[in-house]
Design a protein around this ligand. Structure first.
Ligand SMILES: Nc1ncnc2c1ncn2[C@@H]1O[C@H](COP(=O)(O)OP(=O)(O)O)[C@@H](O)[C@H]1O
Ligand SMILES: [Mg+2]
Length: 236
């Protein structure tokens, strides 16, 4: 594992301005010269009103958006890699082994059973199928997904059920860094509490997290630090 003194994520001078080429090249500055560091055991929660740039920042950290300036260094295999400059192949490797992402919605994969979907991150990382299946079953039970659902693809599940499959897939193995974009948005109070426990276990295990939570109870339960994105608001 990485040295505990080194932050797992180092963001420096990050700026993002959208230019809308199909709207007379309208320019939308979002944030500018943003910096942050996140270390093992920390859960940094992005705060601020809708439209302030929380999702844009999260997507920039995950390598989905290229920023206008700046770097996002991720500690991957003990070395910092700037995800804004990395090749697609390297980005995939970082996402497979270092940087997990829990989105608000499950990207539904047709015809793959729920159990198999949850096993996949383990299989990709070399865990044998019997152990992967046992761990996936344990995780789905913990998230109270009815056993009758496990052999079915999640396409027809309710929003909250799909969200729990999504969470099971993301917490089945410990990612060094986890990005959480409204992971509890469609869950009831009991399931939210289960997810809060999963988050806390991962933090205790040394994960570093960056999250967006609208639910203030969840936010207060897991945040070790708030990060007000508006402090880096770009001049319009
Ligand atoms: N893909 C995009 N193209 C153009 N503008 C975008 C895009 N994504 C977000 N924006 C704009 O960037 C700003 C920040 O959006 P967003 O990051 O979604 O905010 P938040 O997640 O804090 O609600 C908004 O003004 C939004 O309209
Ligand atoms: Mg958002």
């Amino acid at each position: 594992m990485s040295s505990p003194t080194k932050p797992l994520i180092v963001v420096e001078d990050l700026s993002k301005t959208f230019v809308l080429h199909n709207a007379d090249s309208a320019v939308i500055p979002v944030f500018s010269k943003l910096r942050m560091e996140v270390s093992a055991g920390e859960c940094l929660v992005l705060s601020g009103d809708s439209g302030v740039g929380k999702s844009t920042l999260m997507r920039s950290i995950y390598g989905n958006y290229s920023p206008t300036t700046g770097s996002v260094r991720v500690l991957h295999d003990g070395e910092y890699v700037d995800i804004t400059q990395a090749s697609p192949h390297t980005i995939l490797d970082i996402r497979r082994r270092t940087l997990g992402y829990v989105s608000q919605f499950l990207r539904v994969i047709p015809r793959i059973s729920t159990l198999r979907l949850v096993m996949e991150p383990l299989l990709e990382n070399g865990v044998n199928p019997a152990e992967a299946e046992a761990r996936a079953a344990k995780m789905l039970s913990a998230l109270r997904l009815p056993e009758a659902h496990w052999r079915l693809p999640p396409a027809t599940f309710s929003g909250g059920e799909q969200q729990r499959v999504n969470i099971a897939r993301s917490f089945i193995r410990q990612y060094p860094v986890l990005l959480l974009d409204e992971p509890t948005a469609s869950l009831d109070a009991e399931n939210r509490a289960i997810v809060v426990d999963l988050i806390q276990e991962a933090l205790d295990g040394g994960a570093a997290m960056i999250g967006i939570f609208h639910d203030l109870d969840v936010r207060d339960a897991v945040a070790t630090r708030l990060f007000p994105v508006a402090e880096f608001k770009a001049a319009a």
